[in-house]
Design a binder for this molecule. Structure first.
Ligand SMILES: C[S@@+](CC[C@H](N)C(=O)[O-])C[C@H]1O[C@@H](n2cnc3c(N)ncnc32)[C@H](O)[C@@H]1O
Length: 448
């Protein structure tokens, strides 16, 4: 059916995550071929372009590209047997970076992690890690996170373990867990290859705590449904791509398990392949009483994919009660600073902090202030709990000024530039994160 006149989205097409190394510089195939002769054989030189490419419908070529990208850009040794699902590194990195955003937004405060509290190690659970084990490998190498990766097929478990063992520098961060073992408790399912009703319950051990779980579920109800994208050859066996009821049934099971394990995870997350499923799943999550639901759209070449996250823990922003007086001017002091720490240095840190969130900053160093703008899109990513459409999330601007009170004491003042109370809560939250960050940075250094 022709769709030329149909408006596809309300917001601009999603871009790669700002921290994705391939956002500004896509993989340089010429360079990779010069460094890795095994990749050279797959290069094609189309007459229409001066840049070489590869045949993305050739499984061996896409697998070799993934291998050299993981090795060259991430220092990861990797391989999968013929026919297994072959991940694209730039796309899979977006999901990792989005989880990084969820964790650093501090919307849901960290939960105490019984066995790694002292190390403050971020701990994730990858449901269905696959033979490629891509998320634990990327999460450990990019972020230093530790993982449990689960799966239910012999080949996935064997190759995921091989991929972990081939990387001794991060192997202590990744445990591969057989989710079928837990199923042996369930006698009816023990001898079948059908996915169990549980994906987390019985796989997560008593007393374990995780900062997040993630999942790239089997999207399709049948292999015919999966079809084959003629433009790519990512492989994928029926066990990897198909489950009864498709992704909706799989994520439903995750949601049900999340209710039983609501205190064991800070964030539950999953990738979703169809927008129509996203809406149904959000309703289900609300129905079971999650306190926060967040969504994002991922860049996945020609195909749209969504990220869905929820939590049952009380969000920090609830601390800003709707009945509390709305403050559009806020301040705090930095006292006991070292002599060499002046207003200029603190202002630069303010700028670095907000730039790292994706905000844009304009500094006036002579007057010791920086104006910060949070775009509507960024505000949506940071604060939208899934109840608002992207187009309803408005951007806002505020000014942070630094005043030297006495040597060693600075006053920081934040003011919303348009005194629009609808963004006051978000502004207060960001300002409190800034206070936390600057106190950590400057007062810890000076022993304060
Ligand atoms: C689409 S693949 C994802 C593989 C990999 N994470 C990736 O992103 O490329 C889905 C994976 O889920 C696994 N799986 C299916 N049912 C499962 C269950 N109940 N528990 C854990 N893994 C399961 C499949 O064997 C398969 O490896």
């Amino acid at each position: 059916m022709p769709r030329a006149n149909r408006k596809r989205r309300r917001s601009p097409a999603p871009e790669m995550h700002r921290n994705n190394r391939y956002k500004e510089s896509p993989p340089d195939f010429s360079l990779l071929a010069s460094l890795y002769p095994s990749f050279r054989q797959y290069l094609l030189f189309p007459s229409s372009s001066d840049r070489p490419t590869i045949d993305f419908t050739d499984f061996s070529a896409t697998r070799e590209l993934t291998r050299v990208l993981l090795l060259h850009d991430h220092g990861v040794n990797w391989w999968i047997p013929d026919g297994q699902l072959c991940p694209t590194v730039p796309n899979r990195s977006n999901y990792i970076h989005w989880i990084g955003d969820l964790l650093s937004s501090n919307l849901i405060p960290p939960i105490s992690n019984s066995d790694s509290d002292s190390e403050k190690l971020v701990r994730g659970f990858d449901i269905g890690t696959g033979a490629n084990c891509i998320y634990p490998l990327l999460g450990a190498s990019l972020k230093g996170w530790s993982f449990v990766g689960s799966d239910v097929t012999e080949v996935a478990l064997e190759w995921a373990r091989k991929n972990v063992e081939s990387n001794p520098h991060i192997s202590n961060l990744i445990e591969i867990r057989d989710a079928r073992k837990s199923r042996s408790l369930d006698s009816e399912l023990a001898s079948t290859t059908m996915p169990s009703d549980h994906v987390l319950v019985d796989v997560v051990k008593e007393g374990e705590r995780f900062d997040f779980c993630m999942c790239n579920p089997p999207f399709f109800e049948s292999l015919e449904d999966a079809g084959l994208n003629p433009k790519t050859a990512c492989g994928g066996t029926s066990e990897e791509m198909v489950c009864p009821g498709g992704e909706q049934a799989f994520i439903h099971r995750m949601i049900e398990d999340s209710v039983s394990l609501k205190h064991s995870f800070r964030w539950f997350t999953s990738m979703v392949g169809r927008k129509v499923n996203l809406k149904v799943l959000i309703s289900k999550i609300r129905e079971v009483g999650a306190t926060v639901v967040k969504t994002t759209e991922f860049v996945q070449g020609q195909t749209a994919r969504w990220g869905l996250a929820w939590s049952f823990l009380p969000p920090r922003r609830n601390l800003i009660s709707p009945n509390a007086p709305i403050k559009t001017d806020l301040s705090f002091m930095l006292q006991g600073l070292q002599r060499k720490t002046g207003a200029f240095q603190v202002l630069k840190s303010v700028e670095t902090f907000f730039l790292s969130t994706g905000a844009s900053c304009k500094s006036d160093l002579a007057s010791f202030f920086v104006n910060i703008t949070i775009s509507g899109e960024l505000a949506g990513e940071m604060f939208n709990d899934g109840t608002k459409a992207d187009s309803e999330t408005h951007g806002f601007s505020f000014r942070i000024s630094v005043f030297e009170q006495t040597p060693g004491t600075l006053l920081l003042r934040g003011s919303l530039l348009r005194k629009d109370s609808s963004n006051a809560g978000a502004f207060q939250l960001l300002f409190s994160h800034l206070e936390e960050k600057l106190k950590m940075e400057f007062l810890h250094k000076s022993g304060g």
